[in-house]
Design a binder for this molecule. Structure first.
Ligand code: SMO
Length: 762
């Protein structure tokens, strides 16, 4: 292959490093209105009265919106396929608030300062209601967070259960009873935030034909168009959504977060409008990873082979359930797609509480699964007296295996049968074993104040949502043998535009700089479900490959016609007939434009897959625990990934190197404390600690040689997989260092100190 597997320059690299105006906010709009949201100061209350007269009369205020300005209409902000799998439990503005940060009103004004001042002039009288912060309490309480019967898709509103799932294959209880070993434990993961450097930002205006244009930092432009049309009650044909370059999304922008607010302002006033979340708003009023309380029971026979996996999930949805069902489904699916066990069962509830809203965040439920699963595998290995790597090698799914959970549990609905066509997890473990110096570090007994330890964890993910995710591409030829590639797929900083250009270039036999990529604009580019679920390379990439092949077929047909020889074939960027006659791609295109057989050479295609081949990863963490302070320092991470054929090694490495710090943040430094009234405390990057370059350990990132037969040129996904295994690898390393088993993230030094002193006392 000429282009696939090579480090080509990013198609957007020059523009980004030069600081060219590429992002949503990099345009100037005349007559612009600035929009600010009044967020609820209380966690659960009815709005008794709301007086906007003072705000409305403030000089420079154009308009103030409250729930009285909108018809009661329930929708979901989740940017997912239609009909949506989750509950429709949210209004643009409601007469009830359900968490500190909920929307009470919004203001459009001439300047940001005036908008902020206007917020302080809105007088709201709240009737406070009892608050539910604990999931178990929420399920038994008389307090109901969503009581309006017009809401649809909630599993059990009376018990505050947004979503529920259960599935069983075999007989788990019986199998566990007769198993030689059973390991069980309950683990929890915290609220963590995507912390995209570019916040949520949306701009709207009316174009010359009075159509609403939305320029927004989104992963899902086509879902934005559909949902805004619905909420505003205007036809899809009246809306154009433009997705410029994004400064990160990580799932947080798989959401209609504020597009409907600026749309409402522009539709009412006819003026352009702009909204940008502050960092504080990102942290409490955007979306967070759902905290989950996950219990596993693992059964093993005398040969250390898994007999049964029993999984129970409590998922904290916060105040609304946009991704309630699907995140929990992914927790279950991914946990049950790693190891072969004859009996498996899952039971899960997604529970409403008066806390910020859980949404999509890279991994989408899988990090919550692998932390407990891989911790218990570590415990099982120790008790059964087998090396943790060996235990995993024995039990992982192998090529040709059927993955039974895939069929009974899709994302929010029944799934599709799935056979594993590619897995190099064994190679990942073996390479990591060597690169991490596993044998030596494992056998070195620690002593003194600083104890070193090493741990391992494995994980899988998916490549798009089977039977749901669809990508489409349109490619047209220009007279210098360049091609415009138009895709609905959404590069959110991942580099997917470049990967898609490489796929097109490989098919067409041209260099990557001949492919001009445009993504995405609902007026200009074909439909795509959007960039989530690690779908872009695998799904949209397959659409691009087919579209490029169709385009190439047309080049050949035109070439044969022009040569007058039906047996001519493509050779490089020429069509040759074997008798010494040839015509270049350029000439074929020019002649097709202006002389004979006039037509545009172009190709289109769509792609949907019933497969979702899992990429796999093995992560090895080396840590140092200070037994005097309880602090943990990660010294080194070795991450070996099977993502199928790598399209662009540098960019793929970048994906892994970006996922690891997010995972280490969840393991060690990121969490969201609340005061006793549900008020968020960490509202900036001084208190909410994301991993920075300064905190990073030594990283060794490798890819296994792999080929996925169903993927474009053998590719699988690489976007989400790196975030799943680092946290359990770190906690397993902590156990190896000081014998303390961490069950609740993030790791707290006081917990380690307490456990060390208890261990000493025993
Ligand atoms: S968490 Mo991603 O937007 O599937």
């Amino acid at each position: 292959m000429k282009v696939i597997g090579k480090d080509t320059q990013r198609v957007d690299g020059q523009a980004l490093v030069k600081g060219n105006p590429v992002f949503a906010d990099d345009i100037k709009l005349n007559n612009l209105l600035h929009v600010k949201i009044l967020h609820s100061p209380v966690a659960h209350a009815k709005i008794i009265s709301i007086d906007v007269s003072k705000a409305q009369t403030l000089e420079g205020v154009e308009s103030v919106f409250t729930h009285k300005d909108f018809n009661p209409h329930y929708y979901t902000t989740a940017g997912q396929g239609y009909p949506e799998p989750g509950p429709r439990d949210m209004r643009i503005l409601d007469s009830k608030v359900r968490f500190v940060g909920d929307r009470v009103a919004f203001v459009a004004a001439e300047t940001l300062e005036i908008a902020e001042q206007a917020l302080s002039l809105i007088e709201v009288e709240y009737e406070e209601l009892p608050c539910l912060f604990d999931m178990e309490e929420a399920m038994t309480s008389d307090v109901i967070i969503h009581s309006n019967p017009d809401k649809t898709g909630l599993h059990d509103a009376a018990h505050n259960v947004a979503a529920h799932l259960d599935a069983e294959i075999g007989d788990v209880d019986k199998t566990l009873e007769s198993s030689k070993f059973v390991f069980e434990g309950t683990y929890s993961t915290p609220f963590v935030q995507m912390a995209s450097i570019e916040p949520h930002i949306s701009l709207t205006w009316l174009d010359e034909n009075n159509r609403l244009v939305i320029r927004t930092s989104t992963q899902v432009p086509f879902h934005v168009r559909r949902i805004v049309a619905e909420v505003m009650g205007i036809p899809v044909s009246k809306i154009r959504v433009i997705k410029p370059r994004l400064g990160g999304g990580f799932g947080g922008k798989q959401e209609i977060l504020n597009e409907e607010l600026v749309a409402a302002v522009t539709l009412k006033t006819g003026r352009p409008a702009r909204i940008e979340y502050t960092r504080a708003e990102e942290l409490f009023a955007a979306r967070l990873r759902h905290p989950e309380l996950v219990s596993f029971r693992l059964g093993f026979d005398e040969n250390q082979m898994l007999t049964a996996i029993d999984l129970n999930i409590l998922e904290n949805c916060g105040a609304y359930g946009p991704h309630a069902l699907t995140v929990m489904s992914v927790t279950a699916q991914k946990a049950l797609s790693m190891y072969k066990a004859p009996s498996i069962r899952v039971n899960g509830d997604g529970v409403y509480t008066n806390l910020p809203i859980g949404g999509a965040y890279r991994g989408y439920g899988a990090p919550q699964a692998f932390f407990p699963l891989e911790s218990l595998m570590d415990e099982a290995a120790e008790t059964m007296g087998i090396d943790p790597i060996e235990l995993r090698l024995k039990n992982v799914f192998k090529v040709g295996d059927d993955i039974p959970i895939a069929k009974i549990l899709g994302e929010g609905r029944e799934g599709f049968p799935m056979v594993l066509y590619s897995t190099e997890i064994e190679a990942c473990l073996e390479e990591g074993r060597i690169l991490s110096d596993w044998e030596r570090l494992r056998s070195e007994p620690g002593n003194g104040r600083y104890r070193r330890g090493i741990g391992v964890a494995v994980a899988g993910q998916g490549s798009g949502i089977p039977g749901i995710d669809m990508g489409a591409a349109f490619i047209k030829m220009n007279e210098d043998a360049s091609f415009n590639l138009q895709v609905g797929a959404t590069d959110l900083g991942t580099g997917s535009d470049t990967a898609l250009a490489q796929i097109a270039a490989e098919v067409l036999g041209v260099s990557v700089d001949k492919i001009i990529v445009y993504s995405s604009d609902t007026d200009m580019t074909p439909f795509d479900t959007g960039a989530y679920a690690s779908s872009t390379t695998y799904i949209s990439g397959s659409a691009v490959k087919k579209a490029a092949e169709n385009c190439k077929t047309m080049i050949l047909e035109q070439g044969r016609l022009l040569l007058g020889n039906e047996t001519a074939e493509i050779d490089g960027t020429f069509v040759k007939d074997g008798n010494g006659q040839s015509i270049s791609f350029e000439d074929i295109c020019i002649k097709s434009f202006y002389t004979e057989e006039q037509k545009q050479i172009m190709g289109t295609a769509s792609h949907l897959s019933y497969d979702s081949p899992p990429p796999f990863n093995a992560t090895f963490a080396e840590v140092e625990v200070d037994t005097l302070t309880g602090t943990v320092r990660v010294i080194k991470i070795v991450s070996v990934t099977d993502a199928g054929q790598i399209i662009n090694p540098k960019m793929a490495e970048g994906q892994i190197e970006g996922g690891i710090p997010q995972a280490l943040g969840m393991a060690l430094s990121e969490f969201m404390p609340f005061d006793d009234k549900g008020g968020p405390i960490n509202l900036d990057f001084n208190s909410y600690h994301i991993y920075t370059a300064r905190d990073m350990p030594e990283l060794i990132v490798r890819f296994a040689d792999s080929h996925e037969p169903t993927g474009p040129y053998g590719a699988k996904a690489v976007a989400e997989i790196p975030i799943n295994a680092p946290a359990p690898a770190v906690t397993n390393a902590v156990y190896n260092a000081v014998g303390v088993r961490i069950k609740h993230l993030p790791i707290r030094p006081e917990e380690i100190l307490g456990a060390i002193s208890r261990n000493r006392a025993n």
